[in-house]
Design a protein around this ligand. Structure first.
Ligand SMILES: *Cc1c(COP(=O)(O)O)cnc(C)c1O
Length: 720
């Protein structure tokens, strides 16, 4: 574990006998979540409770009875194993890192990574979807690589909504209050060791916040929290639920994240020189930094702003114009006019910075234009998205040609250890070079996957698929339901048969993702699902935002199909999508389906996860997929890269190409068996998927790219 610093002193101790002392130590650093031995160790303590407490190690330990503790402490095999796991964890955290090996390490100063949501693990459910998963994976790779980076976010006391499907197939939204004591968090303290409080001016009132520190390997993540007695009820509710409020609440939350987050970093005394804004939500951080420059260094606004821009990185994620958050000027005035004095500008000047056309008084105030103006380093999250973003925002640089609009791209990646099933990791250990994990971003390392014997890979595929089905049955039985139905009738006729080609579709139910596209022509779909010799089955998961009635209608439509006898239980909807569901699905399915309206999927990352296990993508050429897809070799392209034009005909066209692909390519290949009853050509594609995709789409490659292209030059610019 990292050395115990002032922040650890306030950790509420979990009393344990000396033999078990490493247990709370392990539980207090979330790097256990990507160490399969540590996960197995916690599970072995009490498998049922482990499941019941949603893999929350702190809650598990706190709930242990005296007798169980005594038994464990006297269990020599357990304590030896614990010693081994904890020892290895400590040495991993102390190991020389990639960053220490680079010559740039002497550039002092660290990077603060701001995000509204972080998905580190299902036991800390303060995320909604891909944006949070990306932020979590970013921190994990930064930790593995030894980057001097800290995360800044919000402790959403009630997390994000939980999904419950009722008897009529409608999505209900629940919330569960998180208990800080039962999470791997300690209250952050200031330089003199006192509990830290920050006071943020929001409209005319001061809101008090504290911060929790979560250790993600070597990287600390600080989460702001306004649920304090000093605050009014509405102020306390600011950090209650992720993405729940109206515009008025949103802007307050964004002020808290950006301005409060920056105040927090200063109080902590961290040498932060560069701020990375993951989406526009945290853009007000730049205003806080400019105000510091104006006040402390007596700078003019323009000079202070130039200094801040040079050290700000902004990553945009939203290729849909409407998805870029804007506020009415009146609202902005209420909350930000008071900051203008500190900035040394008029409110009108501030408003202008949030407009595409500064002179257009009719235009609302947008977070994206503001962030683009206040960050010199800007990027989209795939090559295609970079290009789309340059087109969307070119009006901000009227004198530049399209290609010279200064928005670059760094394609997203996934944290391999988080998403790789331990059984698959064992197989890779056998066939990839011994240091493959350290060299995971070198594509040549993965070429060796082609040497994995077909039989080994196929047998593991079937095993992982069975594991997935067992997981699904377990979940459905604890929630009192069987796949997609409220009574057991779906089970009978070949429901979730491991010999059947299995497709997975899981992500937020935003309408542009078109979850129901595979049912566009219901008869054609029926023929595919119910084919006697060559059927298919599909597993869906995903939440619609609580206020998104269109998304909820999509959920209801899928649930209807799942419960309808016409699909013989071959359509399954899994409730309450989260990281645990994702891990099982990406390991177990044969095909990962993604059908967004191009180019609305900025990158997408879920499709990268199955490729680690030989899962094959069947996807619209959107987001990251055009960079990876070799059609018919490592997956399949739906469509030929046509942009969606908003007309129903475009949906029809994409649906037709999806059916054509399934009927002519995917299904025949899967069921074409060799003499050993294995699908030889399919297995060859699985190997191609492993050999060509994870090596390029991992978050080590991504974080190194941010470091090289953005963080390093920004740190350079920050030097006095
Ligand atoms: C990977 C992941 C996502 C991102 O999915 P996309 O298809 O890229 O939108 C969202 N939620 C969870 C839980 C994930 O694991």
């Amino acid at each position: 574990m990292p050395t115990r610093d002032a922040n650890s002193q306030l950790s509420r101790d979990i009393p344990m006998p000396p033999e078990l002392a490493p247990l709370p130590e392990l539980a207090h650093n979330l790097c256990w979540t990507w160490n399969p031995d540590a996960v197995a160790l916690f599970r072995s303590i009490d498998p049922d409770r482990w499941q019941a407490c949603r893999h929350n190690a702190i809650a598990l330990l706190r709930g242990l009875g005296k007798r169980r503790i005594a038994t464990l402490a006297s269990d020599r095999e357990f304590t030896r194993r614990l010693g081994r796991v904890a020892g290895r964890m400590r040495s991993t955290l102390r190991r020389r890192t990639w960053h220490q090996g680079t010559r740039q390490r002497r550039r002092r100063g660290s990077i603060a990574y701001f995000s509204m949501e972080f998905a580190i693990h299902e036991s800390l459910p303060i995320f909604a979807g891909g944006l949070g998963v990306l932020a979590g994976d970013h921190l994990k790779s930064a930790s593995d690589l030894g980057l001097p980076l800290v995360g800044v976010g919000i402790f959403w006391r009630h997390g994000y909504s939980r999904q419950m499907i009722d008897a009529r197939g409608k999505q209900g939204d629940g919330h569960r209050r998180l208990v800080a004591e039962n999470l791997p968090m300690t209250e952050a303290v200031d330089r003199s060791g006192r509990r830290l409080r920050i006071r943020v001016l929001i409209a005319a009132e001061t809101v008090t916040a504290r911060a929790w520190r979560v250790d993600v390997g070597r990287v600390p993540l600080f989460l702001l929290d306004t649920d304090l007695p000093a605050n009014s009820p509405s102020q306390r509710n600011l950090t209650k639920r992720l993405y729940s409020g109206n515009a008025d609440m949103r802007i307050q939350q964004e002020i808290l994240l950006g301005i409060g987050g920056w105040m927090l970093l200063r109080k902590l005394g961290l040498p932060v020189k560069v701020c990375h804004l993951n989406e526009g939500h945290a853009v007000f951080c730049a205003l806080a930094r400019i105000a510091d420059g104006v006040r402390e260094d007596d700078l003019e606004f323009a000079d202070a702003a130039r200094r801040v821009s040079a050290t700000t990185v902004f990553t945009t994620h939203t290729p849909i114009a409407d998805g870029n958050e804007t506020f009415q000027p009146k609202l902005v005035e209420r909350y930000l006019a008071s900051y203008c004095k500190r900035l040394g500008i008029d409110f009108a000047e501030l408003l202008a910075m949030g407009r595409v056309d500064p002179a257009d008084a009719e235009e609302d105030f947008g977070l994206t234009p503001l962030a683009l103006r206040l960050a010199d380093r800007r990027n989209g999250v795939s090559e295609l998205h970079g290009q789309v973003s340059r087109g969307m925002w070119r009006a901000l640089w009227p004198r530049r040609t399209l290609e010279r609009v200064p928005i670059g791209s760094i394609t997203n990646g996934i944290h391999l250890r988080t998403w790789l099933h331990p059984k698959m990791a064992a197989l890779l250990d056998e066939y990839l070079p011994p240091d493959w994990e350290d060299r995971q971003d070198q594509p040549s390392v993965w070429a060796r996957a082609r040497k994995i014997p077909a039989a080994r890979l196929w047998d593991l595929r079937l095993e992982l698929k069975r594991d997935l089905f067992e997981f699904i049955h377990g979940r459905l039985s604890t929630s009192g339901r069987c796949p997609g139905r409220s009574s057991g009738t779906a089970q009978g006729r070949g429901c979730l048969d491991p010999d059947v080609l299995t497709i997975g579709f899981a992500r937020r139910f935003a309408s542009y993702k078109r979850a129901t596209l595979i049912f566009d022509d219901i008869r054609r779909a029926e023929r595919l699902f119910n084919n006697k010799r060559r059927p298919i089955q599909i597993i869906f998961a995903g939440k619609a935002h609580p206020a998104d009635t269109t998304g909820k209608a999509l959920v209801a439509e899928i649930v209807k199909h799942a419960r309808s006898p016409r699909f013989h239980g071959r359509v399954v909807f899994l409730e309450d999508y989260d990281m645990e569901v994702a891990r099982h699905m990406v390991a177990g399915v044969d095909v990962w389906l993604n059908t967004p309206q191009r180019p609305r999927e900025a990158s997408g990352t879920s499709g990268m996860k199955p490729t680690l296990h030989g899962g094959l993508n069947l996807s619209i050429l959107d987001g990251w997929w055009p960079e990876a897809c070799v059609d018919g070799r490592n997956g399949w392209a739906v469509g030929r890269g046509e942009d969606y034009d908003g007309r129903p005909a475009a949906d029809k066209r994409d649906a037709r190409d999806l059916y054509r692909n399934l009927e002519c390519n995917v299904v025949p290949l899967y069921y074409r068996r060799g003499r050993d009853h294995r699908p030889t050509a399919w297995i060859r594609m699985m190997k191609e998927s492993i050999a060509t995709i994870p090596g390029a789409f991992n978050s080590h490659r991504m974080v190194k790219a941010y470091y090289k292209h953005y963080y390093l030059p920004a740190l350079e610019a920050a030097r006095p």
